[in-house]
Design a protein around this ligand. Sequence first.
Ligand SMILES: Nc1ncnc2c1ncn2[C@@H]1O[C@H](COP(=O)(O)OP(=O)(O)OP(=O)(O)O)[C@@H](O)[C@H]1O
Ligand SMILES: [Mg+2]
Length: 298
Amino acid sequence: MTNEMNDELRNQQSPLKAACRRIAVANQKGGVGKTTTTINLGAALDKAGKRVLIVDGDPQGSLTSWLGLNGGVGDREIGRVLSGLIPFVDAIHQLEESNLHVIPIDHAMNDLKWVFEAKESWETSLRKEMNSWPLNYDYIIFDCPASYNPLLVNFLVAADEVVIPVQTEILSLNSTIPFLERLSEIRNTLNPNLKIAGILPVMFDSRTRHSQEILNRMREAPNLSKFMFATIIRKNVRLTEGPMRFRTILRTSPSSSGAMDYMALAEEIIRQEGKTEIEANSPDKNVTLTFAEDSASE
Ligand SMILES: Nc1ncnc2c1ncn2[C@@H]1O[C@H](COP(=O)(O)OP(=O)(O)OP(=O)(O)O)[C@@H](O)[C@H]1O
Ligand SMILES: [Mg+2]
């Protein structure tokens, strides 16, 4: 990207957008569709007319390489923002053929842990840096890492809301409970405004009883049911093809079930706009979830 382009992106950041929603797509479990959700939800919100920035917050760099940016990131990536080397707005890229804006990550930034721990109040680094810019977006979405590390803490502190993708299978469901407890901790200490935008059932396979049973359990479980999105993301092979083509599903297969599901999710999230009742939509102080120990039968 040229310097002129960079200036243009900086200029687009004013005037201040009052109602920018910062959403962390997060779950401590790996491979549950966090990156797939970040990219395709971002694209769907963009298609619905919203101004969207997506941020790769995982040193694996899946989102960055999915969008074909890993060759041309240069210095403009989230690791250098978190290290205090460049301002947040200077890390933004605009995708070709799309209005989506993206902050990629450099794979070499795996050691951010030490950068953070050397700083006082490292937990709030990103939030402070973002708050010092008038960011002109409706949505900023963070693709979070699977492990509970200083990077994830920074994103959960910088965010106002969390979308939690959960695969409709028993192991994924069970590993969600400790994550909800972590969110309660963050809310009770570093970020009292953190809300759960919703728990998102993903990779739902209507052909198996297991998928259906896990979905039922999620919708019936005390302390969990109130967080469930109505939208379900079905298993769809088209969603796995995006990375090969550096495109979101809305471009590669706009009439697929995957594209329709992510459009439905975007609409559900847009309907939440302006809701202020934090209590109704926040992790409880002490999350206690009751699930049967047995795994559901196939
Ligand atoms: N609805 C879906 N249908 C079919 N495959 C899917 C679906 N959602 C995600 N996948 C596939 O599942 C795998 C894991 O998805 P993804 O990379 O988005 O998960 P993740 O939570 O970001 O993983 P990690 O923890 O490694 O960052 C990928 O191969 C992706 O293509
Ligand atoms: Mg990922």
